[in-house]
Design a protein around this ligand. Structure first.
Ligand code: NAD
Ligand code: DAU
Length: 363
């Protein structure tokens, strides 16, 4: 077995971060995980309620933009690995309020890179071979036409404030590798889905509205295409990249599950019709589908070529969309309380941090 790592995980109380922490705690019980999370509206401590603080897990409530705090963490712990998830992640919110995206996604990433450079390269405070893995998105590549795939060599062409902020953070991470030699790796993945996803994103939002008998908002003509990646597959890919990837490289991670949004929405309706009673009117949940005004600057199609990670790291997705969506729906059905607590706001430690969740959910 390889040496245990001491990992600074940022944004570990969010959707993917929590799934990653849970996976690592199960598969590498000797790794030490330090979870730095600001607990924004998207951070939910109950996602990790069974993680006990101690030798192998520590939670720190704080902001990645707080340079003094990040320095203190790097000074007090012998960190050899950073897995950087913390971000503002929702495209619609970036359209209505881009400032937070610039702050957290760009300034926050810069703050972490600076601290890694200072402690790892200048002070040489590091345990094993250090690595800074920056978790990014396929949205940095822009939008595809009917054909073609995003490759690691595809030119960046971000088109929303969210994707522009993530592209910017990727550029900073690359610059820190080339200029200073900070051992950076970047992963650019497609749309994740699975347990613990905040119900503002398409799949959990449609699930929740179906259960409440509310309208299912489909933007524009619903024919935009996303490549769906089961979150467990994504987290496994991150572990594999940490163990087998090369610094200075980026890796595209996709699910090989290209679907039109309308297909996804209809499938969720059909699965819920099959598992539960039909609507009180006797109609299928498909009758709730409502086409609404399109998202500004809505990217048409994303699709990933995952050849590099398959050939060099040996990872490929295991979960098909048909399997993953059923596992996800079962999880949400079994965890109704989790969803309800998110929607009524009772999960949140600090109400003043909260965006009005009801504005986006359940209309
Ligand atoms: P999320 O919104 O569910 O969680 C983000 C987490 O970061 C939350 O716990 C939040 O409290 C924390 N956070 C936000 N600002 C912070 C700050 N300033 N300091 C410390 N913590 C802060 O996001 P997610 O969907 O889990 O995405 C995680 C990462 O993966 C992001 O970097 C995102 O860009 C990237 N990504 C997500 C997807 C996806 O489909 N969800 C796909 C590709 C890439
Ligand atoms: O591609 C990776 C990206 O996937 C990540 O980087 C982002 O963090 C993540 O939020 C996600 O971005 P999207 O914008 O693709 O995800 P979202 O769930 O918001 O929307 C998925 C698609 O569904 C998109 O084409 C917009 C559409 N949509 C979304 C919502 C919330 C609707 O039609 N109706 C809706 O109500």
């Amino acid at each position: 077995m390889k040496n245990p790592r001491t990992v600074l995980v940022t944004g570990g109380c969010g959707f993917i971060g929590a799934n990653f922490i849970r996976l690592v705690a199960r598969t590498f019980p000797h790794w030490r995980l330090i979870n730095l999370d600001k607990l924004t509206y998207a951070g939910n401590l109950t996602n990790l309620k069974d993680m006990e603080e101690g030798e192998t897990y520590r939670f720190i409530k704080g902001d990645i933009c707080d340079a003094a705090l990040v320095d203190e963490i790097f000074s007090g712990e012998v960190i050899d690995t950073v897995v950087h998830f913390a971000a503002e992640s929702h495209v619609d919110r970036s359209i209505t309020g881009p400032a937070e995206f610039v702050q957290t996604n760009i300034v926050g990433t810069f703050t972490l890179l600076e601290s890694a450079r200072h402690h790892w390269l200048e002070k040489k405070l590091v345990g094993g071979q250090p690595v800074f893995l920056h978790v990014s998105t396929d949205e940095v590549y822009g939008s595809l036409g009917e054909t073609g795939l995003f490759r690691e060599t595809t030119a960046y062409d971000p088109r929303s404030p969210y994707s522009a902020s993530k592209a910017s953070s990727d550029h900073l991470a690359n610059a820190y590798f080339h200029t200073y030699g900070v051992p950076v790796m970047i992963t650019n993945c497609s749309n994740n889905y699975g347990p613990y996803q905040f119900p503002e994103k398409l799949i959990p939002l449609i699930f929740h509205n179906c259960l409440e008998g509310r309208k299912l908002p489909v933007y524009g003509d619903g024919k935009q295409i996303r490549d769906w990646l089961y979150v467990g597959d994504h987290c496994q890919a991150i572990v594999e990249v940490l163990e087998k990837g090369s610094v200075g490289h980026c890796y595209n991670i996709g699910g090989n599950n290209e679907k039109e949004n309308i297909e996804v929405v209809e499938l969720i309706c059909d699965i819920l019709d099959e598992k539960l009673d039909l609507l009180p009117s006797g109609a299928s949940r498909r009758s709730l589908i409502t086409f609404v005004t399109d998202r500004l600057g809505h990217d048409r199609r994303y699709a990933i070529d995952s050849t590099k990670i398959k050939d060099t790291v040996g990872w490929q997705p295991k979960v098909t969309f048909e399997e993953g969506i059923r596992m996800t729906i079962d999880w949400y059905l079994d965890n109704r309380e989790w969803v309800n607590r998110v929607i009524d706001g009772s999960y949140a430690e600090y109400y003043h941090n909260m965006y009005d969740n009801k504005k986006n959910i359940g209309q």
